[in-house]
Design a protein around this ligand. Structure first.
Ligand code: 76R
Length: 230
């Protein structure tokens, strides 16, 4: 067999948005915890968060360079009784506008260590850049895009220390072009950064957004308890 389930560079990232069944005893809590523990021991980074609102009860976000590892975790979670009601698949990347970053920062973009300390407020949304007449990111020349991304980076840096952003690429992989995962100190930081960045031309003119999910990062056992899986 040729080819590989492994990425040649960076990590695969799957966000699994799950609901507990109406009868919570149908979920095998220990099987969920075992699946997370086993995946972690085998080198998958797993972040769990309780989600607020009707879209999901919890999210299991997992990163590994081997997509089979992600698929096995998904199977074990569903076998344990969780319903995956939405998901997003993407990969870490170094943006073409970030070629000039110091090597360490580039490594951190490709191989992030998650979750960051002291940043429990979490949100995820997918986004794309427009391809409308007069608003087409992909027909805009590179120097202009670079200028706009520089403006975007500068407005983002005002949140240094309060926020960790993980921008993962999904063109050709999922319905939008990027997944945006934010980790913040306080829930209102999430609103502030997204609101502020809406004024960057790269977002104001060119960005389209999918559904937003917001929650609180915590260890898996705590997340299960808070969503009623005892
Ligand atoms: O990686 C870097 O820090 C370099 C500068 C930078 C790039 C290249 C950067 C900085 N971003 C880059 C690329 Mn970003 N980012 C988003 C969103 O809601 C919205 O309007 C947009 C969602 C947020 C909140 C955010 C935050 N960024 C990108 C790309 C890829 C573009 C491409 O390749 O075509 C997207 C889709 C995107 C979207 N960005 C930052 C932030 C923040 C907070 C920073 C500053 C990081 C820091 O320097 O600490």
């Amino acid at each position: 067999m040729t080819g590989s389930s492994k990425l040649s560079v960076g990590l695969g990232v799957v966000h699994l948005f799950c609901k507990r069944p109406r009868t919570p005893s149908l979920v095998d809590r220990n099987a969920v915890l075992d699946a997370v523990e086993k995946a972690t021991e085998q080198g998958t980074q797993v972040v769990t968060a309780a989600i607020l609102g009707h879209k999901a009860d919890l999210v299991v976000m997992a990163l590994n360079d081997d997509l089979w590892a992600l698929r096995h975790l998904q199977t074990e979670l569903t076998e344990a009784g969780l319903d995956v009601v939405d998901s997003y698949l993407s990969v870490t990347e170094i943006s073409e506008y970030a070629a000039g970053l110091p090597d360490q920062m580039k490594q951190d973009r490709l191989y992030p260590q998650l979750p960051p300390e002291g940043k429990p407020a979490w949100c995820f949304y997918p986004m794309s850049k427009r391809r409308n007449p007069g608003q087409n990111w992909f027909t805009t020349d590179f120097d202009r895009r670079k200028e706009l991304m520089y403006e975007h980076g500068a407005s983002g840096r005002k949140f240094a220390g309060r926020l960790v952003q993980l921008i993962t690429a999904s063109t050709g992989i999922d319905d939008f072009e990027w997944g945006v995962t934010l980790f913040a100190e306080h829930p209102d930081d999430l609103k502030e950064v997204v609101y502020t960045m809406r004024y960057d031309e790269a977002s104001a003119v060119y960005a389209e957004f999918g559904p937003f999910y917001t929650g609180l990062v915590a260890p898996a056992d705590h997340v299960l308890t808070t969503v009623g899986i005892q």
